[in-house]
Write a protein that binds this ligand. Sequence first.
Ligand SMILES: Nc1ncnc2c1ncn2[C@@H]1O[C@H](COP(=O)(O)OP(=O)(O)O)[C@@H](O)[C@H]1O
Ligand SMILES: NC(=O)c1ccc[n+]([C@@H]2O[C@H](COP(=O)(O)O)[C@@H](O)[C@H]2O)c1
Ligand SMILES: [Mg+2]
Length: 191
Amino acid sequence: GIELGMTNGGKTTLTNSLQKALPNCCIIHQDDFFKPQNQIAIGEDGFKQWDVLESLDMEAMVSTVQAWIRDPQKFARAHGVSVQPDTTDTHVLLLEGFLLYSYKPLVDLYSRRYFLTVPYEECKRRRSNRSYMVPDPPGLFDGHVWPMYQKYKQEMEEDGVEVVHLDGMKSRDELFHQVLEDIRNTLLNSS
Ligand SMILES: Nc1ncnc2c1ncn2[C@@H]1O[C@H](COP(=O)(O)OP(=O)(O)O)[C@@H](O)[C@H]1O
Ligand SMILES: NC(=O)c1ccc[n+]([C@@H]2O[C@H](COP(=O)(O)O)[C@@H](O)[C@H]2O)c1
Ligand SMILES: [Mg+2]
Protein backbone atom coordinates (compact mmCIF):
# COMPACT_ATOMS: atom_id res chain seq x y z
CA GLY A 1 0.00 0.00 0.00
CA ILE A 2 1.07 3.59 -0.68
CA GLU A 3 0.47 7.39 -1.05
CA LEU A 4 -0.02 11.01 -0.39
CA GLY A 5 -0.25 14.83 0.05
CA MET A 6 -1.97 18.09 -0.41
CA THR A 7 -4.85 19.36 -2.51
CA ASN A 8 -3.74 20.09 -6.08
CA GLY A 9 -0.28 18.66 -5.50
CA GLY A 10 -0.92 16.30 -8.43
CA LYS A 11 -1.87 13.17 -6.47
CA THR A 12 -4.66 11.93 -8.72
CA THR A 13 -2.64 12.56 -11.89
CA LEU A 14 0.36 10.69 -10.50
CA THR A 15 -1.52 7.68 -9.12
CA ASN A 16 -3.49 7.24 -12.34
CA SER A 17 -0.29 7.05 -14.37
CA LEU A 18 1.38 4.73 -11.84
CA GLN A 19 -1.57 2.34 -11.99
CA LYS A 20 -0.95 1.73 -15.69
CA ALA A 21 2.70 0.85 -15.06
CA LEU A 22 2.37 -1.42 -12.01
CA PRO A 23 1.20 -5.05 -11.91
CA ASN A 24 -2.31 -5.77 -10.62
CA CYS A 25 -2.60 -2.25 -9.27
CA CYS A 26 -5.72 -0.88 -7.58
CA ILE A 27 -6.32 2.69 -6.40
CA ILE A 28 -8.57 3.80 -3.58
CA HIS A 29 -9.35 7.52 -3.83
CA GLN A 30 -10.12 9.27 -0.56
CA ASP A 31 -12.28 11.76 -2.50
CA ASP A 32 -14.77 8.96 -3.10
CA PHE A 33 -15.53 8.95 0.64
CA PHE A 34 -16.78 12.49 1.15
CA LYS A 35 -20.05 12.53 3.07
CA PRO A 36 -23.10 14.02 1.33
CA GLN A 37 -23.27 17.79 1.29
CA ASN A 38 -26.06 17.98 3.87
CA GLN A 39 -23.82 16.26 6.44
CA ILE A 40 -20.97 18.75 6.12
CA ALA A 41 -20.71 21.10 9.10
CA ILE A 42 -20.72 24.85 8.61
CA GLY A 43 -17.96 26.59 10.56
CA GLU A 44 -18.00 29.86 12.47
CA ASP A 45 -16.36 31.30 9.37
CA GLY A 46 -19.53 30.46 7.40
CA PHE A 47 -17.77 27.94 5.16
CA LYS A 48 -18.78 24.32 4.72
CA GLN A 49 -15.96 22.44 6.44
CA TRP A 50 -14.95 20.08 3.63
CA ASP A 51 -11.28 19.84 4.49
CA VAL A 52 -11.57 18.05 7.84
CA LEU A 53 -11.57 14.32 8.59
CA GLU A 54 -15.13 14.48 9.94
CA SER A 55 -16.35 15.24 6.40
CA LEU A 56 -15.08 11.91 5.15
CA ASP A 57 -16.50 8.47 5.88
CA MET A 58 -13.15 7.07 6.94
CA GLU A 59 -14.67 3.89 8.39
CA ALA A 60 -15.96 3.08 4.92
CA MET A 61 -12.55 3.80 3.44
CA VAL A 62 -10.87 1.46 5.94
CA SER A 63 -13.42 -1.26 5.12
CA THR A 64 -12.55 -0.88 1.47
CA VAL A 65 -8.84 -1.19 2.24
CA GLN A 66 -9.55 -4.30 4.34
CA ALA A 67 -11.46 -5.86 1.48
CA TRP A 68 -8.36 -5.43 -0.70
CA ILE A 69 -6.10 -6.90 2.03
CA ARG A 70 -8.37 -9.95 2.41
CA ASP A 71 -8.39 -10.79 -1.28
CA PRO A 72 -6.48 -8.48 -3.65
CA GLN A 73 -7.29 -10.61 -6.66
CA LYS A 74 -11.01 -10.55 -6.05
CA PHE A 75 -10.86 -6.82 -5.30
CA ALA A 76 -9.00 -6.14 -8.55
CA ARG A 77 -11.51 -8.09 -10.60
CA ALA A 78 -14.44 -6.39 -8.89
CA HIS A 79 -12.93 -3.01 -9.74
CA GLY A 80 -12.21 -3.75 -13.36
CA VAL A 81 -8.45 -4.16 -12.94
CA SER A 82 -7.28 -7.02 -15.13
CA VAL A 83 -5.20 -9.53 -13.20
CA GLN A 84 -2.14 -10.66 -15.15
CA PRO A 85 -1.80 -14.46 -14.95
CA ASP A 86 2.01 -14.51 -14.64
CA THR A 87 2.21 -11.91 -11.87
CA THR A 88 -0.67 -12.96 -9.64
CA ASP A 89 1.57 -12.94 -6.58
CA THR A 90 2.33 -9.21 -6.86
CA HIS A 91 -0.52 -6.88 -5.97
CA VAL A 92 -0.21 -3.17 -5.39
CA LEU A 93 -2.69 -0.89 -3.67
CA LEU A 94 -2.34 2.87 -4.02
CA LEU A 95 -4.23 5.03 -1.54
CA GLU A 96 -4.60 8.56 -2.79
CA GLY A 97 -5.87 11.48 -0.78
CA PHE A 98 -5.27 14.78 0.98
CA LEU A 99 -5.90 13.68 4.59
CA LEU A 100 -4.57 10.15 4.74
CA TYR A 101 -1.85 10.54 7.33
CA SER A 102 -4.05 12.14 9.95
CA TYR A 103 -6.20 9.06 10.32
CA LYS A 104 -4.50 6.69 12.74
CA PRO A 105 -6.11 3.39 11.65
CA LEU A 106 -4.70 3.87 8.16
CA VAL A 107 -1.26 5.31 8.82
CA ASP A 108 0.47 2.09 9.85
CA LEU A 109 -0.95 0.04 6.99
CA TYR A 110 1.22 1.73 4.40
CA SER A 111 4.47 0.21 3.25
CA ARG A 112 5.52 3.53 1.74
CA ARG A 113 4.19 7.05 2.30
CA TYR A 114 4.71 9.95 -0.09
CA PHE A 115 3.89 13.58 0.42
CA LEU A 116 3.45 15.72 -2.66
CA THR A 117 3.59 19.48 -2.14
CA VAL A 118 3.56 22.70 -4.15
CA PRO A 119 3.97 26.25 -2.82
CA TYR A 120 0.95 28.30 -1.75
CA GLU A 121 0.76 30.40 -4.96
CA GLU A 122 0.87 27.36 -7.23
CA CYS A 123 -1.66 25.48 -5.14
CA LYS A 124 -4.06 28.43 -5.23
CA ARG A 125 -3.56 28.84 -8.98
CA ARG A 126 -4.21 25.16 -9.74
CA ARG A 127 -7.19 25.10 -7.43
CA SER A 128 -8.76 28.12 -9.14
CA ASN A 129 -8.68 26.18 -12.42
CA ARG A 130 -10.37 23.10 -10.95
CA SER A 131 -14.08 22.41 -10.99
CA TYR A 132 -15.11 20.26 -8.04
CA MET A 133 -18.51 18.60 -7.82
CA VAL A 134 -19.28 21.27 -5.25
CA PRO A 135 -17.65 24.48 -6.53
CA ASP A 136 -15.45 26.45 -4.11
CA PRO A 137 -17.26 29.56 -2.85
CA PRO A 138 -15.21 32.81 -3.00
CA GLY A 139 -12.58 32.95 -0.26
CA LEU A 140 -12.67 29.22 0.55
CA PHE A 141 -9.05 28.62 -0.34
CA ASP A 142 -7.59 31.26 1.99
CA GLY A 143 -10.33 30.93 4.60
CA HIS A 144 -10.54 27.15 4.93
CA VAL A 145 -8.53 24.96 2.53
CA TRP A 146 -5.06 26.40 3.17
CA PRO A 147 -5.40 26.81 6.97
CA MET A 148 -6.70 23.22 7.32
CA TYR A 149 -3.85 21.94 5.17
CA GLN A 150 -1.34 23.69 7.42
CA LYS A 151 -3.02 22.38 10.56
CA TYR A 152 -2.98 18.76 9.38
CA LYS A 153 0.56 19.02 8.06
CA GLN A 154 1.70 20.26 11.45
CA GLU A 155 -0.11 17.43 13.25
CA MET A 156 1.45 14.91 10.92
CA GLU A 157 4.91 16.28 11.69
CA GLU A 158 4.24 16.35 15.44
CA ASP A 159 3.08 12.73 15.30
CA GLY A 160 6.35 11.83 13.57
CA VAL A 161 4.71 10.28 10.52
CA GLU A 162 7.57 9.45 8.19
CA VAL A 163 7.02 10.40 4.57
CA VAL A 164 9.01 10.63 1.37
CA HIS A 165 8.68 14.24 0.24
CA LEU A 166 7.94 14.83 -3.44
CA ASP A 167 8.28 18.16 -5.20
CA GLY A 168 4.98 18.74 -7.01
CA MET A 169 6.63 21.43 -9.16
CA LYS A 170 8.51 18.75 -11.06
CA SER A 171 7.03 17.65 -14.38
CA ARG A 172 4.39 14.93 -14.44
CA ASP A 173 6.85 12.71 -16.25
CA GLU A 174 9.69 13.24 -13.80
CA LEU A 175 7.43 12.51 -10.81
CA PHE A 176 6.07 9.43 -12.50
CA HIS A 177 9.51 7.95 -13.14
CA GLN A 178 10.83 8.88 -9.70
CA VAL A 179 7.96 7.24 -7.82
CA LEU A 180 7.67 4.25 -10.16
CA GLU A 181 11.34 3.49 -9.55
CA ASP A 182 10.90 3.88 -5.81
CA ILE A 183 7.85 1.60 -5.71
CA ARG A 184 9.61 -1.05 -7.81
CA ASN A 185 12.51 -1.02 -5.35
CA THR A 186 10.09 -1.29 -2.44
CA LEU A 187 8.41 -4.28 -4.10
CA LEU A 188 11.76 -5.99 -4.71
CA ASN A 189 12.83 -5.50 -1.10
CA SER A 190 9.57 -6.84 0.30
CA SER A 191 9.38 -9.99 -1.83
N1 LIG B 1 3.48 17.74 -12.19
C1 LIG B 1 2.56 18.64 -12.53
N2 LIG B 1 2.91 19.84 -13.06
C2 LIG B 1 1.98 20.75 -13.41
N3 LIG B 1 0.65 20.58 -13.26
C3 LIG B 1 0.22 19.42 -12.74
C4 LIG B 1 1.14 18.39 -12.35
N4 LIG B 1 0.42 17.34 -11.87
C5 LIG B 1 -0.88 17.70 -11.95
N5 LIG B 1 -1.01 18.94 -12.47
C6 LIG B 1 -2.26 19.69 -12.70
O1 LIG B 1 -2.65 20.23 -11.44
C7 LIG B 1 -4.06 20.09 -11.24
C8 LIG B 1 -4.33 19.23 -10.03
O2 LIG B 1 -3.87 17.89 -10.29
P1 LIG B 1 -4.52 16.64 -9.56
O3 LIG B 1 -3.75 15.44 -9.97
O4 LIG B 1 -5.98 16.62 -9.77
O5 LIG B 1 -4.16 17.02 -8.04
P2 LIG B 1 -4.75 16.51 -6.66
O6 LIG B 1 -5.44 15.21 -6.88
O7 LIG B 1 -3.53 16.39 -5.79
O8 LIG B 1 -5.65 17.59 -6.18
C9 LIG B 1 -4.61 19.49 -12.53
O9 LIG B 1 -5.04 20.54 -13.36
C10 LIG B 1 -3.40 18.78 -13.13
O10 LIG B 1 -3.47 18.70 -14.53
N1 LIG C 1 -15.41 15.43 -4.02
C1 LIG C 1 -16.24 16.23 -3.35
O1 LIG C 1 -17.39 15.87 -3.13
C2 LIG C 1 -15.75 17.57 -2.85
C3 LIG C 1 -16.67 18.51 -2.45
C4 LIG C 1 -16.20 19.70 -1.98
C5 LIG C 1 -14.84 19.96 -1.92
N2 LIG C 1 -13.95 19.03 -2.32
C6 LIG C 1 -12.52 19.32 -2.21
O2 LIG C 1 -11.73 18.25 -2.64
C7 LIG C 1 -10.43 18.48 -2.13
C8 LIG C 1 -9.65 17.19 -2.09
O3 LIG C 1 -9.45 16.70 -3.39
P1 LIG C 1 -8.05 16.98 -4.15
O4 LIG C 1 -6.99 16.55 -3.20
O5 LIG C 1 -8.12 16.19 -5.39
O6 LIG C 1 -7.98 18.46 -4.42
C9 LIG C 1 -10.61 19.11 -0.76
O7 LIG C 1 -9.71 20.20 -0.62
C10 LIG C 1 -12.08 19.57 -0.78
O8 LIG C 1 -12.23 20.94 -0.45
C11 LIG C 1 -14.39 17.85 -2.78
MG1 LIG D 1 -7.40 14.56 -6.54
